[in-house]
Each structure stands twice: as structure tokens, then as C-alpha cells.
Design a protein around this ligand. Structure first.
Ligand code: FE2
Length: 387
């Protein structure tokens, strides 16, 4: 994140003695850093050594979701038709993948006492439906509908929902961090006056007392497609304080302040996060272009270096027929895409839109999984013929 946070008790300087109340035993400092020792980082102070583990096993993989002979074509599929039950790990269904990113949804239906740590990927959890608390060694982070929860790689966490009747997460895993775009920050890292959001829009973990508890604590540690089962001898949320720039935080989609133009502006104007291998953009309610002859719907375009993924959250999407909440469209690189028949004409003269959607543009091709095959609209690729 772009700003410094200090929570709980930390010593006056880093890397010095920090004694517990008994005056003789030390709290254990853990530097949690990115890009080796060169990126953003935090220092956490544990009651117990964070390296302690009693047993290591592996959870069996119960399915493979590859669809190796999937054709290169346009895809539209309904993620809500792939409803599974389970906790925040077992309910996940991957739809799109490449080496840099995995795009999944999860209809979380049950609570779990198991802790989770994604050791190889940063996570962006978009809470489409649901409300609750994200618990981690950093403290408590309340979340609600349409919050993004940004989870740094290696964070140990649990999610507790207020109820499990209708929870839906849209999840993006990334091999590199979710960053605030460089051009939204000034030379000191502060968000600029013309950025589409402000520091106050980002919510950081609230301090919670450390949990000093010995016992047997199960951790599900994800490494790409494999899940390891670690048994820890102490509660992982044993942090008495931390400070730094690296921590989970939330941002609500409705806080995004969109920009509008006289004629159609391209998607980079809707930018939310960058990573090294893809970007995330927000489409939110906004006034349309104000040139007297403007066409609000996008022109046909070929982004030859990007696969474009749109996850539809809410509202009437102006350029696409038949989409509904939970739809995903994939328009891959190598073929042009644009509005469906009638949508360009229908957009002329329209003053505003109430659409909410999340867009991901990847710089490497995505592979579609069998979950796409099971939920896709047949003949979506031919839907431009019906003029
Ligand atoms: Fe596009």
C-alpha cells in the first residue's frame, strides 16, 4: 500500500531487543518483505517464533480442471452456474489461468477453523456478496459487499462471514503484487490530486489483542495447485504489533471516482491496480461522453497484446447482450472485439450508465478451464452475426 501504518506495540527502533513483560524473554521480530529486501515491507513482532511447525502433510487434489483443447474464440460464461459448497478454500472454482494469474469464484457456504496462506500468490478478493471480518496476524479488517480485499502473498488469514446463505467471491491470484499505479502517486508515494481514489478510501486492519495460545492449529498453505497441511504449535495470530507498508487492506468499488471525456476514453482511464503481468480496471456508474456526436459504446478494437476479462457485478452493461450478474466474458488477443449488434446505435444520445464491472487485461494468454466449458454460452462467438 502507498502509506505507512503502525499498529499495536512495537519497539522504538527496528532490529533491537524487545522484551516481554517478564523482562528476559524476547518478542520475535519478523521482517515481511517483497522483492528480497528492496520492496515494501512490514516488521511484525510475535510472541512465538513464526518458523515453528510440528507436522507437514499435503491435502489430496480431488480434481483437475484443465481444458487442453479449448478453441481460441470469444467466451461468455455464467460463474453462478458453477455453485459448489465449502469453505474459503474448498469452494473455489478456477475459470481462467496462466502462469501469472488465476481467476476463480467461490460460493463460500461454511465456516472453517483452518487458517489459510497463499504462499505463491498475492490475492485480490472481490466480495460480490457477503459481509464479515477478515482476520490475520495484522488484526481485523471488516469487509462488506463490493469490497476488494488485497492480500499480500504469504499472509495467514481466515474469513468469517456474518452468514453463509449467499456469499460470492471473485478471486484474482497474482504472482506479483497488486500495486497502486505509479502515475496515481507523487514522488513521495502520496496519491495525487487527480487519482480516482484517496488514502481515506483504503481501510487498514484494526488492532486486535494477540492470541497467546498453545495447541494444534491447522494451516492450509497453497503453492500453485498444491495445498500443504501444516500443523502449528501455537496460534498464528500472536502478533503484539507491526508497522510498515505491507499489509492487507480493503477498498470498496463504489468509492472509485471515474473520469469522463468529451469523446470515448479507453479503459486505462478506469485503472484500479497494476501488476507486472496484468491490470485491473473498474467500470462504475458515470456520465457518458459529452461531444454532441459522441458514441458512448466502445469502437471495435484489437488489443493484440492483451486478453480481456470482464466480470459483471451489477447493472445494465451497455455493450453486451445477455450478460447478467456473475457473467464473465473473455475476449482473447489475436481477434478483434466490440459491441454486439444494435448496441452501438442504442448508446448514441444516452447520458449515463449504472454499470458495475471489474476488468482484467492480461499480457499473456489465459487458458480456459473445464469450468468454462460447463457454464459457457454456446455460439457466443457467432452472436455478432445476428444484426
Ligand atoms: Fe476491450
Amino acid at each position: 500500500m502507498a502509506f505507512y501504518v503502525k499498529v499495536g506495540n512495537v519497539p522504538p527502533k527496528r532490529h533491537i531487543t524487545f522484551y516481554k513483560d517478564d523482562g528476559t524473554s524476547l518478542y520475535r521480530e519478523e521482517l515481511f518483505s517483497t522483492k528480497g529486501f528492496s520492496g515494501i515491507y512490514s516488521n511484525k513482532y510475535h510472541i512465538y517464533m513464526p518458523t515453528q511447525v510440528e507436522k507437514i502433510g499435503e491435502y489430496p487434489i480431488d480434481h483437475w480442471d484443465d481444458w487442453p483443447d479449448a478453441p481460441l474464440q470469444y467466451y461468455h460464461f455464467f460463474t453462478d452456474e458453477k455453485k459448489t459448497t465449502g469453505d474459503i478454500i474448498t469452494s473455489r472454482n478456477a475459470f481462467l489461468k496462466n502462469v501469472n494469474c488465476v481467476i476463480s469464484t467461490a460460493n463460500v457456504s461454511e465456516d472453517s477453523d483452518i487458517f489459510f496462506r497463499n504462499s505463491f500468490a498475492h490475492e485480490l478478493l472481490f466480495v460480490h456478496r457477503g459481509k464479515g471480518k477478515f482476520l490475520s496476524e495484522y488484526g481485523t479488517l471488516p469487509f462488506e459487499q463490493w469490497d476488494y480485499i488485497v492480500v499480500p502473498k504469504g499472509t495467514t488469514y481466515q474469513m468469517k462471514f456474518e452468514d453463509y446463505n449467499d456469499v460470492k467471491l471473485f478471486i484474482i491470484e497474482s504472482s506479483t503484487p497488486f500495486d497502486i499505479p505509479r502515475h496515481f502517486r507523487n514522488e513521495y508515494g502520496q496519491l495525487t490530486e487527480d487519482a480516482p481514489y484517496y488514502e481515506r478510501d483504503f481501510k487498514v486492519p484494526q488492532f486486535t489483542d494477540p492470541i497467546d495460545e498453545l495447541g494444534s492449529f491447522e494451516l492450509n498453505l497453497k503453492v500453485r495447485d498444491r495445498h500443504f497441511r501444516y500443523i502449528l504449535p501455537h496460534h498464528p495470530f500472536d502478533v503484539v504489533g507491526w508497522d510498515g507498508f505491507l499489509y492487507p487492506y480493503t477498498f470498496n468499488l463504489q468509492e472509485y471516482a471515474p473520469k469522463v471525456g468529451k469523446i470515448h476514453l479507453p479503459p486505462p482511464v478506469h485503472l484500479m491496480f497494476t501488476t507486472q503481468h496484468f491490470v485491473v480496471c473498474n467500470f462504475v456508474p458515470r456520465l457518458f461522453d459529452f461531444h454532441p456526436q459522441s458514441i458512448p459504446a466502445p469502437y471495435y478494437h484489437s488489443n493484440v497484446d492483451s486478453d480481456e476479462v470482464l466480470y459483471y457485478v451489477h447493472g445494465d452493461f451497455m455493450s453486451r447482450k445477455g450478460v447478467k450478474e456473475g457473467s464473465i466474458t473473455l475476449h482473447p488477443m489475436g481477434i478483434p472485439h466490440g459491441p454486439q449488434p444494435g448496441k452501438t446505435e442504442a448508446s448514441i444520445g444516452v447520458k449515463e450508465t449504472d454499470e458495475y464491472a471489474v476488468m482484467i487485461d492480461t499480457f499473456q494468454p489465459l487458458r480456459v478451464t473445464k469450468n468454462v466449458k460447463e457454464t459457457m454460452v454456446e455460439n457466443y462467438s457467432q452472436s455478432w452475426l445476428a444484426e
